[in-house]
Design a protein around this ligand. Sequence first.
Ligand code: ADP
Length: 462
Amino acid sequence: MARSFSPLSRYETGEFMFKKILIANRGEIALRIINACKELGIPTVGVYSVADRESLHVKLADECICIGAAASSKSYLSIPAIIAAAEITGADAIHPGYGFLAENAHFAEVCKACGITFIGPKAEHIRLMGNKSRARDTMIHKKVPVVPGSDGPITNEAELPELAEGIGYPVILKASSGGGGKGMRIVREKSELLSAYNMARTEAGAAFGDETMYMEKYIENPRHIEVQIVADNAGNTVHLGERECSIQRNHQKLIEEALSSVLTPEQRREMGNTAKKAASAIGYSSLGTVEFLLDGDGRYYFMEMNTRIQVEHTVTEGVTDIDLVKLQINLAAEAKLPFTQRDVKFAGHCIECRINAEDPVSFMPSPGRIEAFHAPGGLGVRLETAAYSGYTVSPYYDSMIGKLITFGHDRPEAIARMKRALEMFFIEGIKTNIPMHLKILEDEDFQAGNLTTHFMERFARK
Ligand code: ADP
């Protein structure tokens, strides 16, 4: 979208800036970080597993180091391999992207101990927010509205029925260390309680190495609305509006939008201020996302805070004209926020579709070689991807191979652009969810903005 030059795009490139940034990630987010570093004039180090030799980030980073085997536990999650790569190349900062080590407090501590800046918040804040049950308690203490639920973790299964009774069915059991929608069970009646608890615990133990669970009221048909906040070391915290992320499958986001078409400016201000309060209450600095559930009566509840750059940061960039990755790097270098809340203005509407290498009907991953690839373009279209013609999508990593983002003056224009951009997007050789996105865009409820986290279940039945 055409914009006047924004004063919000002032980023420091001075002497105090990092000399070299190592990117501890792969795929589209590695490229996104390389882009930001190039614009800031900072050289980059790419790290890769043996499965990623042909990846674009290997070609585009200024230097590259192979850090291990294909399995991420032996490469992208290997703290010794990544720290060694930083030391060998003389990188003075590490950007973790999202996923992998991005919310690993221990990694942030190791970076610090090695004299390397972790581009993200302080380890103590990652740890606090990474434990959802503790985060919840902290928010209650700071008078941030949370979903009614258990006081702290469940310590004894005998207390389950009374707890659920007190909260009122339906309830949801959630893993304290959970993420990516794992370790959660909805319970509608007492008879299901114990088996759901045991299943969720086992799943959480296997996925996160922590079986601790807590309980919340299950909010029926909510919207998932999250607020982007940015905070510097000097105590300034600003919110950049919300993202509507209700289109999810198995608690995984598929389509995100900024802003939400349902919030009034007053609600936006109120939720924004609540998100700022949540962050500043703990002295948080860096980027962060405060996730809320919004119920049908306009009540909203804190759910969790993510302490990293999110996949869907692009839609906030679209409506604010602020480069969040450059800002994140600046904040890690202890720069002050270059704007105040009053400077932040929202313009237009922005939508992101996550393009996954998967069967659009069965949702099974579809790795393999991309035989032909044609990227859409034109006014108001942004594509973030590391895929290209001849690239092989690896079975070892996440199936998301790109993000298609469109901007419009308003929501209907952003949708129309998304539709034509998806139609122009050719990926041959593997299956993708592009046909599913096209169908969602045609859906009357989607077009009317009638979104809830149950949208996809209803859509599947249509
Ligand atoms: P994760 O960190 O695994 O993504 P979240 O706490 O962010 O877990 O929840 C993911 C999704 O699960 C939410 O977007 C929402 O759809 C659903 N969810 C979580 N808690 C509740 C709740 N109390 N009531 C209704 N839905 C919930």
